[in-house]
Design a protein around this ligand. Structure first.
Ligand code: GDP
Length: 363
């Protein structure tokens, strides 16, 4: 029936026809569910063809702790492995505020201009506590996040540092198989996560600031020793002189360390991520290093060592999980802990008792 409002005497009033009622279930979600059911072959094909949506979903499988997801993820990784490895992996560390995101944005745009494809991953040690990731967040890299040839993935958020790092390491395989020829792995320069990053990258870059004492930057000797290059950010405006001084300070400090296994003496450079100054020089240094270690054979040797390291890390992680997640053991540990605290048992006797129970129970 015609609406009475459409009568010519109500000129100016137009009543639109109603729209069809939308389905009560969002059709996009239905499609999503189907995507969840992709086969290993479909995932692999999608990743290898560089499909970013499928790559993202495959990474989600890697990060999932559900056994069926893990199983699928491992199968995909195994199929992708022959196509992985053709990238330059750069670890980037520095305390919060050092300018990691600003620099990654600038470094990344430099690479994209040269027609490379870049994936930015992260290992965020704080994620376990906060259950949220502060690194690798797309909004922190304003320019890169708009680029088709950049894939930015925040840090996996659940689990121990070892577990989080392993997932990042597996994600590297997927990204490389998807055709990303540069990989950044970002971490905050405050603790053990550097060791994890160091054991999955070819070049380890330490971002420093001028004028901040070493203590302030939380830089332990160990982290400096791991660095293949130290770059002093914010060398712009009034800060240029200070940055130059910091450069000689760090160069001198580096000379006190023994020559690294790679045979490469780490270089120290100044640059400005914000004003895009000295970025080319930083990349020239990284490429010079890569040429040097490829020539000497260290590049391949290190990657093999890293593969071995991750095999043992994975074994350790799985054993630990299997032990601590066993409900019977968890109950026993509580009791043993109490015994140890009250001097009823020595730490070693208690540990042995727990392990014996575990072996008996598993065997
Ligand atoms: P992150 O915490 O290490 O990721 O550091 P951000 O990239 O978020 O940078 C921290 C602050 O330093 C921000 O306010 C940036 O704008 C500023 N910043 C970063 N790079 C530079 C630079 O090259 N020069 C100057 N002057 N400021 C910078």
């Amino acid at each position: 029936m015609e609406h009475p409002e459409n009568d010519p005497k109500y000129k100016g009033l137009i009543v639109n026809k109603g729209v069809a009622r939308p389905p009560s279930v969002n059709p996009y979600l239905l499609k999503r569910r189907k995507e969840d059911e992709r086969s290993v072959a479909e995932y692999t094909e999608g990743v290898l063809s560089g499909n970013r949506v499928i790559l993202s979903q495959a990474v989600t499988l890697v990060e999932s702790s559900r056994p069926e997801h893990q199983e699928k993820a491992q199968a995909i990784i195994e199929r992708c492995l022959p196509y992985a490895g053709n990238s330059i992996r750069v670890g980037i560390t520095g305390v919060p505020g050092a300018g990691k995101s600003t620099s990654i944005d600038a470094f990344g745009m430099h690479l994209l201009k040269k027609k490379h494809k870049l994936a930015v991953l992260a290992i965020d040690p704080s994620s376990e506590r906060s259950k949220g990731s502060i690194l690798g967040d797309k909004t922190r890299m304003e320019k890169l996040s708009l680029e088709q040839d950049a894939f930015i993935r925040p840090s996996p958020s659940a689990g121990s540092l070892g577990g989080v790092a392993r997932k990042t390491r597996e994600t590297i395989v997927l990204c490389e198989a998807a055709g990303f020829d540069y990989l950044f792995v970002e971490t905050v320069g405050v603790g053990q996560s550097e060791t994890a990053v160091h054991s999955m990258v070819d070049f380890f870059l330490l971002i420093q600031l001028a004028g901040a004492g070493d203590e302030l930057q939380g830089i332990k000797r160990g982290i400096m020793e791991m660095a293949d290059g130290i770059v002093i950010n914010k060398a712009d405006g009034d800060n240029i002189e200070k940055a130059k001084m910091a450069r000689s300070h760090f160069s001198n400090a580096l000379h006190l360390f023994p020559l690294p296994e790679s045979g490469w003496t780490p270089e120290v450079l100044t640059y400005s991520g914000y004003y895009n100054l000295g970025i080319t020089e930083v990349w020239d240094m990284i490429h010079k290093y890569v040429d040097f270690v490829k020539e000497s054979g260290y590049f391949d040797r290190k990657r093999k060592e890293q593969a071995k390291y991750w095999m043992y890390e994975t074994i350790n992680e799985q054993l630990r999980n299997s032990f601590y997640r066993d409900p019977e053991i968890a109950g026993l540990l509580e009791k043993l802990e109490n015994d140890v605290l009250h001097n009823r048992k020595s730490s070693f006797v208690a540990a042995k008792e727990a392990l014996d129970r575990y072996y008996a129970h598993k065997g």
